[in-house]
Design a protein around this ligand. Structure first.
Ligand code: TEU
Length: 542
């Protein structure tokens, strides 16, 4: 396998990728069926979202058994077949590990409920007769504590109430987790994505928050680096070629440098999300606001520079299964090809490992749902109730949810425009998006194929040392509509020009274009002095 610094990862949201048994839910056999497509795209690793036994309240991020596969998604034999067939095509499988919490249906929690001391200590349970032990707010809305049946005891759940936080202070629990990691390595997987892993270290004292929703107590918590070093040593550290990425919620640059330090004592790289909060009014996701372009550029640039200086490594991305579709959010559905390819160019040529989310390679858009019954996501449904209780009008709530819901990313893959979208023969678990015209078949047959453009971006990552490791520098940072940056390695230079606006823009005269050749553009005929709406142009000089 390629080094992670020269690789591209593709995220498969299994429930929505490819159904093969007609139950309306994607499955492991579906991924096998599409391996040739993924190989043609050129990706190196597949990160597959959780398929373990689960009540699927949070679509698999509520794990009830870490070692077995939910029958909805297939069998262990299917997974083994997938690992082998992916490997035959030079693709490594990465599993998603959810260790901040387990489902309340997990046998550990069930035994805790039954009063077994050993398992009660696997969770965070506090007594308080006056109500929830602290005022912390769950990431999905509401108080983060749920009462255990009978008595005055509460368990912590930073996410849904069926996702009980695990007690990492307990060495026996930690050992269970290392054994689970070893078990999957044994099966031949090549890497791991660790879900909200920077939330596992909770504070010693539990007290009310006065400045935020409680997150500063447990985000990048007191023992987080000790735990990650231990996961590394006892979990996967003996397998140096494994690729590991931590999902870091509300993290800091300094911590991400340490998480992804080049000595490899913790993880290969980190996901951070600050650049995806630029359309949150006062930090609140459930609001409507045009995204702040200057802030987007500042955040991307400062993380690029900071991680380079500190020796850290970013996972770079605009889409995942929790985010609205970037083409609808930062681009324009009316300039579909140009904006989808421009956004892809923006993040693929940064310093870091690019992560493609299923469907973005042919420009899938937001769902455009207009009725609450079309949604499935627990977070969206919770906030629907919360905003309703605050007195907001139904139409306004629906507008916010349509822009912000995680279901925007989760509508089934549109392989073609047939009634089942090439995704299922049955009826899909989640309503299809409203734009069937954006499907893989049509895109690949078009002279303006986003998929073909992604192939070229992936080739650049594989072949161009400047893109792999060159330094990053933003040029003309305050520009109102253009994002311009360069990558540099010794004498070699790549210049990336991106027009984020719907109007053509003149190319600033103060840029040094001397001796530079265009190596990539999303325009049929790029014009010399200006950039077309949503144009991306890449120039090179060696
Ligand atoms: O997400 C973590 C997380 O906090 C967010 O992405 C969350 O969806 C968002 O902040 C809400 O506004 C991870 C998984 O990616 C997500 O799918 C899970 O629901 C969550 O952890 C719990 O396991």
């Amino acid at each position: 396998m390629r080094d992670f610094r020269e690789s591209v990862v593709y995220e498969v949201y299994i429930r929505s990728f490819q159904d093969t048994d007609g139950d309306g839910t994607g499955d492991l056999q579906g991924i096998i069926q599409r391996l040739d497509y993924l190989k043609e795209l050129g990706v190196d690793y597949l990160w597959i979202t959780p398929f373990y036994v689960s009540p699927l309240v949070d679509n698999g991020y509520d794990v009830a058994d870490y070692r077995n596969i939910d029958a909805t998604f297939g069998t262990m034999a299917d997974l083994e077949e997938l690992i082998k067939k992916a490997e035959d095509r030079g693709i490594g499988i990465m599993l998603d590990m959810v260790f901040n919490h387990s489902s309340t249906e997990h046998k550990w929690f069930q035994k805790a409920l039954a009063g077994e001391e050993k398992y009660r200590d696997y969770y965070i349970i506090k007594e308080n007769s006056e109500g929830p032990p602290t005022n912390w707010v769950s990431k999905f809305g509401g108080n983060a504590w749920e009462k255990l049946p009978g008595g005055d005891e509460w368990y912590l759940h930073l996410f849904h109430k069926t996702q009980a936080d695990l007690n990492w202070e307990n060495p026996e629990l930690r050992q269970e987790i290392y054994d689970i990691i070893a078990y999957w390595i044994e099966k031949g997987v090549r890497g791991f994505r660790f879900d909200v892993i920077n939330l596992i270290s909770k504070p010693e004292v539990y007290e009310d928050a006065t400045t935020d929703d409680g997150r500063h107590f447990y985000t990048d918590g007191p023992k987080i680096h000790d735990y990650l070093q231990e996961i590394n040593q006892k979990g996967f550290g003996n397998h140096r070629d494994l690729i590991t990425v931590g999902e870091m919620s509300s993290t800091s640059l300094d911590n991400c440098i340490r998480y992804s330090n080049p000595a490899g004592t913790e993880l290969s790289m980190t996901f951070s999300f600050h650049h995806l909060k630029v359309d949150y009014k006062d930090g609140n996701k459930w609001t409507l606001m045009p995204y702040d372009f200057q802030k987007l550029k500042e955040l991307i640039s400062s993380w690029q520079v900071g991680m380079t200086e500190g020796g850290g490594w970013n996972a770079v991305f605009l889409n995942n299964h929790d985010q609205p579709r970037a083409v609808s959010r930062f681009g324009s559905e009316d300039h579909h090809y140009a904006s989808a390819t421009m956004l892809a160019t923006m993040y693929h040529l940064l310093r870091g490992t690019p992560y493609i989310y299923q469907g973005e390679e042919f420009g899938m858009t937001n769902a455009h749902f207009d009725d609450i019954s079309q949604y499935n996501d627990v977070e969206s449904l919770n906030y629907y109730e919360i905003l309703k209780a605050e007195g907001m009008a139904e139409a306004d709530i629906l507008k916010i949810i349509a822009a912000k819901s995680r279901d925007n990313a989760r509508t089934p893959m549109q392989w073609d425009d047939s009634p089942g979208r090439g995704f299922t023969q049955g009826s899909p678990w989640l309503t299809f998006g409203k734009k069937p015209e954006h499907n893989a078949r049509a895109d690949m047959a078009s002279s303006q194929s986003i998929f073909r453009y992604y192939q070229r971006l992936i080739d650049l990552r594989h072949e161009d040392a400047v893109i792999q490791t060159g330094d990053f520098k933003e040029l003309l940072p305050g520009h109102e509509t253009l994002f311009i940056y360069q990558r540099e390695l010794a004498q070699a230079r790549r210049l990336i020009l991106l027009n984020f606006s719907r109007e053509s823009q003149s190319i600033p005269r103060d840029l040094d274009l001397e001796g530079m050749q265009v190596i990539l553009t999303n325009q049929a005929e790029p014009s010399e002095g200006s950039l077309a709406p949503f144009e991306a142009r890449v120039l090179a000089k060696d």
